[in-house]
Design a protein around this ligand. Sequence first.
Ligand SMILES: C[C@H](O)[C@H](O)[C@H]1CNC2=NC(N)=NC(=O)C2=N1
Length: 98
Amino acid sequence: MALQKLTAQEQTDALSKLKEWSLVDGREAIKRTLTFKDFNAAFGFMTRVALYADKADHHPEWFNVYNRVEVTLATHDVQGLSIRDVKLAEFIDEIYKQ
Ligand SMILES: C[C@H](O)[C@H](O)[C@H]1CNC2=NC(N)=NC(=O)C2=N1
């Protein structure tokens, strides 16, 4: 089955679990800002996310300055949010904890 956009209810349920994530104003996307000890830690995190993203063929939009990484997730293919964004957000939360 083709990739589906999350329903409004699925989106609400997903966001209630992804507590650090919020909806982007004026766009069907979610965002989170993460901070690290220094650039090395931030870039190490980005590298791990990049490996996941390439394997999953689902890529973040992100912005990095030194120890800060701002991540935005959306699925261009459905022009909104899909399960792939939820999975990527969960992966990000998981490795950020470690
Ligand atoms: C052709 C390729 O599979 C698509 O362009 C993939 C690549 N990575 C992607 N990443 C994201 N975030 N959304 C997409 O819809 C998407 N589509």
